[in-house]
Design a protein around this ligand. Structure first.
Ligand SMILES: Nc1ncnc2c1ncn2[C@@H]1O[C@H](COP(=O)(O)OP(=O)(O)OP(=O)(O)O)[C@@H](O)[C@H]1O
Ligand SMILES: [Mg+2]
Length: 249
């Protein structure tokens, strides 16, 4: 039986740099409200996440850190609407994810970037971006031109547009993946270990792109990470702790 009084989830919020003044949170785009999640094949008390309360604002860049198994990827699945909270809820732009069309949400409001880039290696950089525009039903007159524009935004020159992904470095592939996530101009960008496969210098360059998207284009950027470099860069760090089971008491 679940012990309802058990407070077995702790999260820490640490505002760093530029955010020392106690400002009203008036720009919240997404709120996680007392969210818990248990995988369907898990035992009754075996929660991957428990009572998480995080707010995310437009124009800021966030890190979600925590040791392996603390539920970071699970949390991104909830935020991206791939899984539904077992308890609690997630509010995006004032509406519960329970009440909105999740396909539309994923295809227009949030961009997702993965550690392994998830590009099609035998297609060119621009074809990968155009594929995403097509999959999301984006109506753009000149898709190639738009793809090149997005690539330039993430620091890739036009000559890369016709190069097969296979022939791009890891850092270049991640730039293409970020350009792809921007193709429908989402309000939020969520990234799971986006710099996990990159060296520190390249990581810093990729972080600069995310920072610009937050600070200059008012996007909300959420990065799951183990990297200290990422934590040193972001505006807010949320720290997930391991959910304690009753047997751990
Ligand atoms: N599909 C699944 N079915 C059942 N349990 C799962 C599933 N995916 C993850 N879990 C469990 O949920 C917990 C949280 O996993 P999650 O992948 O979210 O952790 P994480 O913080 O992203 O870890 P890492 O840093 O290693 O990527 C773990 O105990 C894991 O075993
Ligand atoms: Mg993970």
């Amino acid at each position: 039986m679940a012990n309802k009084k058990m407070n077995n989830y702790v999260s820490e919020e640490k505002e760093i740099k530029n955010n020392n003044e106690t400002k009203e949170k008036n720009n919240i785009i997404l709120s996680i409200k007392n969210a818990s999640y248990r995988y369907s094949d898990a035992e009754e008390n075996d929660y991957a996440l428990r009572n998480v309360n995080f707010d995310f604002e437009s124009g800021k860049i966030y890190a979600i850190k925590g040791r392996s198994g603390t539920g970071k990827t699970t949390l991104l699945s909830l935020i991206s609407g791939l899984e539904r909270c077992t308890e609690g809820e997630i509010i995006f732009d004032g509406k519960s994810l329970k009440d909105i069309n999740l396909d539309k949400y994923r295809n227009s409001d949030i961009g997702i970037v993965f550690q392994s880039y998830n590009l099609l290696p035998f297609m060119t950089a621009s074809e990968n971006i155009i594929l995403s525009m097509d999959a999301n039903g984006l109506k753009v007159k000149n898709k190639k031109e738009k793809a090149i524009e997005l690539m330039e935004k993430v620091g890739l020159k036009e000559i890369y547009a016709d190069r097969k992904v296979l022939r791009l470095s890891g850092g270049e592939q991640q730039r293409v993946a970020i350009a792809r996530s921007l193709s429908y101009n989402p309000k939020m960008i969520i990234a799971d270990e986006p710099t996990g496969n990159l060296d520190k210098q390249t990581e810093t360059e990729i972080l600069d792109i995310f920072k610009k998207l937050a600070h200059e284009e008012n996007k909300c950027v959420i990065i799951v990470t183990h990297s200290q470099n990422v934590c040193d860069t972001v505006d807010v760090i949320y720290d997930l702790k391991k959910v304690k089971k009753e047997s751990d008491k």
